[in-house]
Design a protein around this ligand. Structure first.
Ligand SMILES: [Zn+2]
Length: 225
């Protein structure tokens, strides 16, 4: 698979450090399944982080809801209950009819034909993916017909989209299977599906925390949400 768009380096560092929220961690994990370059970056970041931890003798290690998340991801990909960060050394072979990455297995299975899509507009369907109760991000599959645009949506924050099949083009470029659009809230884009088949992608977004009222927005930096 020829991927040209990858998660930002900062995103990979956060993944390695275990500070990415669930939807983002799952999406990055799906990309790592097919991207040796990013696996290498994550391994390097982990090695660096491990060395830094060793220097801080006695430093408390954050208690791990993230560890449990990684267990879930690695169990889904057949790696057992390993609590080590979920860097997959081996790409799992795709079974016939399956387009979904192994890291999604414990969430929604791996067979795209079993997804129950909900139509949200002309030529656009989605399937929300249920995450752990404490997740601060949301994750969904989007399915968009050829020639259609991804519906306009206000970014409440960071958004990472992984293309699973099909392709789209936007102001940034062409995104095919395996490519990741790692966007911060400042970027506005209007992707249009350019493949002959539907474009299926996995989208992780921060839950919107913006206040609608001006007073709320002015207060927001001080209350820290
Ligand atoms: Zn990559």
């Amino acid at each position: 698979m020829n991927t040209t768009h990858h998660p930002d380096e900062a995103t990979l560092m956060e993944y390695a450090a275990g500070t990415l929220d669930e939807a983002f961690a799952v999406t990055v994990s799906c990309h790592l399944e097919i991207c040796p370059d990013c696996r290498k970056s994550v391994r390097a970041a982990e090695a660096m982080g491990g060395a830094m931890l060793c220097e801080q003798v006695g430093a408390p290690v954050a208690e791990g809801s993230f560890g449990r998340l990684l267990e879930k991801i690695s169990a889904a990909s057949g790696e057992g209950g390993n609590t080590a960060p979920a860097v997959m050394e081996q790409v799992q072979p795709q079974s016939p009819g399956s387009v979904l990455p192994a890291a999604l297995g414990s969430y929604i299975g791996r067979n795209v034909d079993e997804i129950r899509w909900k139509r949200i507009g002309p030529g656009v369907w989605q399937h929300p993916i249920r995450l752990s109760d404490g997740a601060k991000s949301s994750l969904r599959l989007l399915r968009i017909a050829p020639g259609r645009s991804v519906p306009e949506h206000g970014h409440g924050g960071q958004e990472i989209t992984l293309i699973l099949s099909g392709a789209y083009r936007d102001e940034i470029g062409y995104f095919g299977p395996g490519d990741v659009a790692d966007l911060d809230e400042d970027i506005e884009h209007q992707p249009r599906v350019v493949s002959d088949e539907d474009c299926i992608c996995l989208a992780a977004t921060e839950k919107p925390t913006r206040f609608k009222s001006l007073a709320g927005r002015l207060l927001q930096p001080f209350v820290g949400i």
